[in-house]
Design a protein around this ligand. Structure first.
Ligand code: HEC
Length: 125
């Protein structure tokens, strides 16, 4: 009588261990993947910032004005430096597509994905 019961318990325990390992593995992957993607997108955004010429008018390491306002800490600011609008992804994208002031528009020059990458990059400043 004892042996089969033990065996059943062992099987249930082993099954539990397997299920928990799978769940943990899945969890670890989900948790790990986000920062990796974020970093990759931010890196691509940094390249776009160069390629699209944003750097010509905006410092990234200060809030001093170059031609436009410096963008260091943009997403920590209380408001966007020129328009005074709330610092949201939406408003920054609008600035890029339909800018206030003398900034050129990037409408038709950037895909939705590239806009997201620029935003990711700006968030790291
Ligand atoms: C030719 C110069 C120039 C280029 C290139 C440029 N900007 Fe600007 N940008 C400006 C100016 C000028 C302003 C401020 C508007 C004003 O004072 O008329 C501005 C404002 C901004 C603001 C603040 C908007 C606000 O509401 O306060 C952000 C954010 C911004 N630019 C991001 C970018 C990004 C991202 C790029 C590249 C995709 C870029 N800019 C390219 C000149 C430029």
């Amino acid at each position: 009588m004892r042996t089969p019961v033990l065996n059943q318990t062992t099987i249930v325990l082993l099954a539990l261990v397997v299920v928990i390992s799978i769940l943990l593995g899945v969890l670890r992957n989900t948790v790990d993947m986000d920062p990796v993607d974020f970093e990759r997108d931010a890196q691509l955004g940094a390249e776009l910032f160069e390629d699209q010429g944003c750097f010509r008018c905006h410092f990234t390491d200060s809030t001093e004005t170059r031609i436009g306002p410096g963008l260091k800490g943009l997403f920590d600011m209380e408001a966007l430096p020129v328009s005074d609008k709330p610092v949201t992804e939406e408003n920054v994208k609008n600035q890029i597509l339909d800018p206030v002031g003398d900034m050129p528009s990037y409408e038709d020059r950037m895909s939705e994905e590239e806009l997201d990458q620029i935003i990711f990059f700006l968030k790291t400043l």
